[in-house]
Design a binder for this molecule. Structure first.
Ligand code: GTP
Ligand code: MG
Length: 192
């Protein structure tokens, strides 16, 4: 897909701030620092519209981006970062629950997993949580540029089996460095 326009709409800390328009949304999910914001930037060909960082915990709010006046990407804060206080963890939980359980505009989620590692317990929990809300999930196996070609299939199989991936859900090898997987990710998203 050709992206002509991409802009931030709002950084929302609670649902009163979500955009009111009834246009479809695709949300991101995944561990801190896994590459959620980088995924958005690569998909829309903007260097740093979604702010990224080499330190975990960069994204702290639900950030709504409007793409070609047609749909929203919603960037979310990651989970699984050890240095987060109990209080902050609870706040994260409330923010996610409020969004994922009630947002009618939400059509699908892109769950971003690091292709180099076996999905963590948190990843499995997140996947099950999204399935509980009957949301279609695309699993984006990112940082593909960081493994050898010969390791790809083994890692992808490990991800699918650990998550117990539903046949309906697509697993997409991806790299925000090289752009590999971008076409397939767009194809899937447009289906939603
Ligand atoms: P939080 O907002 O903290 O939850 O993190 P995030 O998931 O949004 O991660 P972010 O996109 O900020 O990326 C984290 C780091 O990983 C940055 O240093 C990125 O440059 C790097 N990164 C992300 N995707 C890729 C990729 O596909 N390949 C490589 N080599 N590096 C990547
Ligand atoms: Mg981020």
């Amino acid at each position: 897909m050709k992206v002509n326009e991409a802009d931030i709409v709002i950084s929302a800390a609670s649902k009163t701030q979500y955009p009111k328009e009834y246009i479809p949304e695709i949300a991101l999910a995944g561990r801190s620092n896994v590459g959620k914001s980088s995924f958005i930037n690569k998909m829309i060909q903007r260097k740093n519209l979604a702010r990224t960082s080499s330190n975990p915990g960069k994204t702290q709010t639900l950030n709504f981006y409007i793409i070609n006046e047609k749909f929203h990407f919603v960037d979310v804060p990651g989970y699984g970062y050890a240095k987060v206080s109990k209080k902050e963890r609870a706040k994260w939980g409330r923010m996610m629950e409020e969004y994922f359980s009630e947002r009618e505009q939400l059509k699908a989620t892109a769950l971003v997993i690091d292709v180099r590692h076996k999905p963590t317990e948190d990843d499995c929990m997140m996947y099950n949580y999204l399935k509980y809300f009957e949301l279609p999930v695309m699993v984006i196996a990112t940082k593909l540029d960081k493994i050898k070609k010969g390791q790809r299939n083994k890692q992808l199989e490990l991800i699918a089996s650990t998550l117990e991936l539903d046949d309906k859900d697509q697993l997409i090898p991806f790299s925000s460095e090289t752009g590999e997987g971008k076409e397939l990710a767009w194809k899937k998203m447009l289906e939603y």
